[in-house]
Design a protein around this ligand. Structure first.
Ligand SMILES: [Zn+2]
Length: 318
């Protein structure tokens, strides 16, 4: 099994994962697939220094096989904010919804969030989430090409299948599948060793996406966050999603608000996963998507709620 250390790891013949422990907020993985004198990149990173560091580490490969195509697996900044560092001729692919959602959280919003004094409780929480990243000077480069159904891109004769599997984690999720190596780059359809979170609210869509990936019987699965895995990792995430879906279904039947649902849900075996407060975002989005609650909460509101959720949990434990 591939060691979970920072940097480039060859996970199959001429296929690499870029891994970024510990996989928490913003510490995302990426990937590189090398064909004959051309390469395909899966995702850029959360800021320009991190993306530059990754591209430099890849240069031994990309000097002989330049990147011709790339995929943004989805619109969260930790998978696309580094796009501007790719050469202009690199064709960046994404689903149409991803190209739309990419404007939901501009880098300037995160820059402001991390450089403003938000008070004694919130400031340390936000700094812990995003304080390690530099959101200044990012000009978001949009993906160039959209695909609504499965598309095959070849890089130096090597086939990379781009498969839309949203709505799941976001509306416009897609994964990259390299059939000749049995490798799946799952983006944030997989958080391994951490808590999944949905911005689209469609947990059934996400569970179906897990089933699709398992159906490919992949030898290697590189998640958006966490260590490299295989089909067993996909099933672990599926377990979390079904547990939370059933819990939120019960909360809706009980007439609880989404905040009560997040506070009272029994996370069972998943309570000890890092970043468990993400249940706040998931409950909010599931309720909204189902039309149960049309509350409008900003990203900032949700951050406030997550910080409060953690304080409540820590008080209950002590
Ligand atoms: Zn991510």
């Amino acid at each position: 099994m591939t060691e979970y250390t920072k940097g480039l790891h060859e996970v199959a013949d001429h296929v690499w994962g870029w891994l970024a422990p510990d996989g928490s907020w913003g510490w995302s993985n990426a990937g590189l697939i090398e064909g004959d004198r051309a390469s395909f990149l899966v995702d850029t990173l959360f800021d320009l220094p991190l993306t530059a560091e990754m591209l430099a580490a890849m240069s031994e490969i990309t000097d002989r096989s330049p990147i011709t195509d790339a995929l943004n697996t989805h619109a969260n900044g930790d998978h696309c904010y580094g796009n501007q560092l790719l050469a202009p001729e690199v064709r960046i692919h994404a689903t149409p919804l991803c190209r739309h959602e990419i404007h939901d959280v501009p880098p300037a919003m995160l820059h402001q969030l991390t450089t403003t004094d938000l008070g004694p409780e919130l400031t340390p929480y936000v700094r812990r989430m995003f304080g390690a990243f530099d959101f200044s000077d990012i000009t978001l480069r949009e993906p160039d090409a959209g695909f609504e159904t499965e598309a095959t891109v070849t890089a130096g004769g090597r086939e990379v299948r781009l498969v839309p599997l949203g709505p799941a984690h976001t509306g416009g999720d897609a994964v990259a599948y390299v059939p000749d190596a049995g490798v799946v780059f799952a983006g944030d359809l997989l958080f391994i060793g951490g808590t999944p979170v949905t911005w689209s609210g469609d947990l059934n869509g996400w569970i179906a996406a897990c089933d699709t990936m398992v159906g490919w019987d992949p030898a290697v699965v590189v998640p958006g966050h966490g260590p490299v895995t295989d089909a067993s990792g996909v099933l672990e995430v599926r377990g979390y999603l079904t547990h939370v879906r059933d819990g939120l279904d019960a909360s809706i039947r009980a007439g609880w608000s989404w905040q009560e649902a997040a506070d009272r849900i029994d996370l069972g075996p998943y309570a000890r996963l890092p970043d468990s407060e993400r249940i706040v975002i998931t409950a909010y989005n599931v309720y909204r998507t189902r039309g149960v609650d049309q509350d409008e909460s900003s990203v900032m509101d949700l951050v406030v709620q997550m910080s409060a959720w953690l304080r409540g949990r820590d008080a209950a434990l002590s």
